[in-house]
Design a protein around this ligand. Structure first.
Ligand code: ADP
Ligand code: ZN
Ligand code: ZN
Length: 684
């Protein structure tokens, strides 16, 4: 047994029963930034001008170095024996940076995601503070009523109802606000924020990475007439510390992306999560938390309401609403009176496609351009073409380090790219296998569609928006501003283009390949495609110019697709949930994915087999695999995975609590890089 490893439940009881500061507690339990699943014990610094408290930073010796850690607990004794403990070097703060409720949330997250407490604690501190910079904490400016807003519209009945229900909530309650794009969800958020501020409390608003645009921030600032503590990755280090401090001091609105769920809040009153279905709320590496789920737990622990909003809620949240865990509120109409656009499937079986575009879609594009309106086209594939293939022998260009084909790009010296590891190569003149020069370009990506559209509609301005065209900081904003001014008439892009942007002159939207979603390897592919289609439809049309949406598919009779087109997202969700129930997939089961990778071919599977053998899985816990990952080699590393499935979440947690320490002690674990993903969102 590792004596220092306290279970979080025990740790919590321990801390809660402690008087916060006392010289009777000479041992500090410190979270240090290291991939180790425990705190480290130190004696309090020899010179200690202030009584140490949980939530203060402390400089400690670590290995041959020094590091900055966060005090998680004070303790009377250490199982190591005090004579073996080192003294911490110095306290860095006069008062705790993080309060007990936030420390409790971090302990919970560390235990739930089975992730080292030091790395979890790091998520709650801006970089400068993590590195030991003085915190300079201002006196808390209490939140208070905001100045009255002048261009607030009168709420319609559905909005007023939603605001009233959330405002009346006493203590913790979770709400799911389902409202089509443009139905006035943001207006509901703004009203609630005003009411919470009037009580002197704070609202934490979380938005997806791509949805937190300067327009959204400007709208919040205009309406609320209050400084907003912003938290997202585009800020400088200095701005981050300043905004973090403002949140801690009680700023009435804290608005941020995923990691803002760990923002310090002096007096939390409400948490709002916009576009709750968005996958960017899940961190995909390191500390793999889901900001939506952490937000729910945070609200529960703080005993305040939490509001999840979306036009296309995740199946998990809809399931929770059905079970009565969340209360469903809906805004069925567009607020400004625009009609819902008409959705139509275009059957492309046997049709000639030009750069991926069918004749009916091209015709519609021409028609809308002639009327001086804008067109949006979606294709989830970047680059010019996904395949460069030898017509003589069938060879195709492959990445040397990944099990993946190289994608062809236009107009670049090194035109073949691997989208997984970033490798680049010149386009070959001959086939590498048979030297034939007959190399064919097959399939199409956004660059190729863009080229086709320029040729076909030479008078129109075409903008492409995808990860390649928006790499430079600010590029996405520039492109969107151009689109919003209505100069560009055709916008072609990946799903990046579908989210949250207000493009009032768009009346036609086209989805080039809905089949990607119907037959994706990930069990969430269909859900994502349905969400994309509805989001895209939300971009098309307004009061005076009704919109339409054309969806190209080879499977016009697919039941999920027809449910969506004919009866809407709720009907789709119903059908998709029935499939999930049948297959015992989330939300009808809980999953954890153990991944391993190594340069040595057999090592990942060897480790996972050993992990599986050490599992002693009790009844109710199923282990599936191990198997090679769908992409078995990536960036020169071989990859494999083992899936853990349980019918009940509590069983999963109990199993992982027992299993993880065994994995950490395993010899085979040292030969691989491994990680556990609890409630994985990407299965690949
Ligand atoms: P959502 O967040 O659901 O997409 P918004 O809150 O952005 O919707 O509202 C869409 C548009 O309708 C905005 O221009 C907003 O100002 C306007 N709007 C919202 N509520 C009302 C209302 N009650 N009356 C008139 N216009 C409204
Ligand atoms: Zn060949
Ligand atoms: Zn590669």
């Amino acid at each position: 047994m590792i004596p220092l490893l306290l279970s979080p439940a025990v740790a919590r009881i321990f801390v809660e029963s402690l008087p916060p500061m006392s010289s009777d507690y000479p041992v500090l339990r410190v979270a240090v930034p290291a991939p180790l699943a425990r705190c480290f014990d130190y004696l309090i610094p020899r010179a200690c001008p202030y009584p140490p408290q949980p939530g203060m930073r402390v400089k400690v010796p670590f290995g041959r170095d020094e590091t900055v850690g966060l005090i998680m607990e004070l303790a009377e004794w250490s199982a190591l024996g005090e004579e073996r403990l080192k003294h911490a070097i110095s306290l860095l703060d006069e008062q705790p940076l993080l309060d007990e409720p936030l420390l409790g949330l971090l302990r919970w997250a560390s235990a739930y995601y089975h992730h080292p407490i030091g790395e979890v604690a790091a998520a709650a501190l801006p970089g400068l503070l993590r590195r030991g910079r003085a915190a300079v904490l201002p006196e808390g400016a209490a939140a208070g009523p905001l100045p009255p807003a002048d261009f607030a519209p009168a709420l319609n009945a559905a909005q007023a109802g939603a605001v009233a229900v959330v405002a009346e909530a006493q203590g913790f309650r979770a709400f799911l606000l389902q409202g089509v794009t443009g139905s006035g969800k943001t207006e509901v958020y703004l009203r609630l924020i005003e009411q919470v501020a009037a009580r002197g409390a704070q609202t934490l608003v979380l938005a997806p990475e791509i949805g937190l645009t300067p327009q959204l921030v400007a709208r919040f600032e205009r309406r609320l007439k209050a400084p907003i503590a912003l938290m997202h990755s585009g800020l400088t280090e200095r701005e981050r510390v300043n905004n973090w401090r403002a949140a801690r001091a009680g700023a009435p609105v804290v608005l941020g992306t995923r990691s803002a769920v760990f923002a310090p809040l002096k007096n939390p009153g409400l948490i709002i999560l916009d576009e709750e279905h968005d996958a960017s709320f899940k961190q995909q590496d390191g500390f793999r938390y889901h900001a939506r789920d952490v937000a729910i737990v945070r609200a529960q622990r703080a005993d305040i309401p939490v509001l999840l909003g979306s036009a296309t809620p995740s199946l998990e949240s809809l399931h929770n609403a059905r079970r009565g865990r969340y209360r469903l509120l809906s805004l069925p109409q567009r607020a400004c009176g625009a009609a819902h656009p008409a959705l139509r499937l275009v059957d492309v079986r046997g049709q000639a496609l030009q750069g991926g575009l069918s004749a009916p879609l091209l015709e519609a594009v021409g028609e809308h351009l002639r009327r001086g309106e804008q067109v949006l086209l979606f294709l989830n594939r970047r680059g010019y073409a996904p395949l460069l293939m030898c017509h003589a022998c069938g060879w195709s260009a492959q990445c040397e380090r990944c099990d993946a084909r190289l994608v062809l790009y236009l107009d670049r010296a090194r035109a073949l790219h691997c989208q997984h590891c970033g490798a680049q190569r010149a386009r070959p003149e001959h086939c590498a296998a048979c030297r034939s020069t007959e190399l064919r370009v097959l399939g199409y990506g956004t660059e190729r569609v863009e080229q086709t559209l320029r040729e076909r509609f030479p008078a129109a301005e075409v903008l492409r928006i995808d990860r390649d065209s928006t790499r430079r900081k600010g590029a996405l904003q520039d492109l969107l501003t151009r689109a919003q001014r209505g100069r560009a008439q055709i916008l072609i892009g990946t799903q990046m283009l579908a989210k949250g942007h207000h493009l009032p002159n768009v009346t036609l939207a086209g989805i080039l390949n809905a089949d990607q979603g119907l037959f994706g390897a990930d069990f969430r592919a269909a859900e994502r495609m349905a969400q994309l289609i509805v989001q895209v439809a939300g971009r098309a049309g307004r009061a005076d110019k009704p919109g339409r949406v054309l969806i190209q598919t080879h499977h016009p009779a697919h039941p999920l697709l027809t449910a969506l087109i004919r009866d809407g997202y709720a009907a789709f969700a119903e059908a998709a949930l029935a499939e999930r129930a049948q297959a015992q997939l989330p939300p009808y089961s809980s999953l954890a994915l153990l991944r391993a990778e190594a340069v040595k071919p057999g090592a990942p599977l060897e480790f996972l087999h050993a992990a599986s053998a050490a599992a002693q899985a009790p009844a109710g816990v199923r282990l599936l695999g191990p198997v090679s990952a769908p992409m078995a080699r990536r960036a020169g590393r071989h990859r494999a995975q083992l899936l853990v499935q349980t019918a009940r979440r509590a069983d999963l947690q109990r199993f992982l609590d027992a299993w993880m320490p065994r994995l950490e002690a395993m010899k085979a674990a040292r030969k691989v890089r491994w990680s556990l993903d609890v409630d994985p969102v990407e299965m690949l």
